[in-house]
Ligand binder design. Sequence first.
Ligand code: IPM
Ligand code: MG
Length: 350
Amino acid sequence: MTIRIAVVPGDGIGTEVIPAAVHVLQHLASRHDLALDLVPFDLGAERYLRDGTTMPPEVMERWRTDFQAILLGALGDPRVPGNQHAVDILLGARFQLDLYINLRPVRLLDARYTPLRGKDPSDIDFVVFRENTEGLYTGIGGQFKRGTPDEVTIEAELNTRKGVERIIRAAFAYAQAHGRGSVCMSDKSNAMRHGHDLWRRVFAEVSAEYPQIESFHLYVDALCMELVRAPERFEVIVTNNLFGDIITDLGAQLQGGIGLAASGNINPEGVALFEPVHGSAPDIVGRGIANPLAAILSVGMMLSHFGHADLDAAIQRAVQTCLAQGQVTPELGGELSTDQVTDRVIAHLR
Ligand code: IPM
Ligand code: MG
């Protein structure tokens, strides 16, 4: 099967790390009998500033019907206040393509890069299942008397039975398939008594179907404490959209920084979008020092998603070797450029 991949470098360092990740992908394709069809898409701030286009509906339809995957760099540009293009493209794809699983592994590959004292790679190795299509991200709400002293705003949190159930089921199915012993569900049901009560009930129901997997619950504030105090407690975490956003940035630091955090936005019955967790980093753009490893690890997740777990493992080992040998970009204490790190990864893959 040919994997058709829409490639969207997007803004800022997205245009530096995506070519690096594509380079690694093409290297693997040429050696492992992988049929890939990479189709570039000119979307992002430049396009928006040029002709006002954010996300053409016909492109979204093509992604839905003609593609298996989307590889996205980053979206966000200081010249576009409010970053409407990022909302339309990234959140647009998540919602309209129903990419309901935001899968974010947090895995420490080399002990020296975690800010936690005394923690080893075996202590920091969990995955977050972030609900990706509802919660506080839908934009449901409004502003009344905007800009006046009497202003009122409402931001509604949407939790549907279907949405909560499918992400919790996905977390348990993953734990079972990958030999993970526990699933932690995190919410704030002590304060948010309607929506998060639904999470509690559904979690209890679904966990009863998996008696061999330990299930436990933590309020999200306690989860933040525990992630720093004892990350080894966690194997699979499932949570809502906003809490998942926040705890995966925390997780990114635990694993060595945002430059190492990869993610997949997945619809198990449809297309999937893979992207580094980091943003467009306008402060370092154009200097050739952006860390390509998160984008490269995201390509690994993509390959694993299409049944090539061996190639994902090979990428992780190559990245691990780079980290162990200090072959990294300046923000991790190294001296290499984006291209040099990419070349090292490819050399370690050989
Ligand atoms: C992420 C980002 C996005 C999010 C932003 C850019 C809307 O922070 O993918 O984690 O909040 O989901
Ligand atoms: Mg985020």
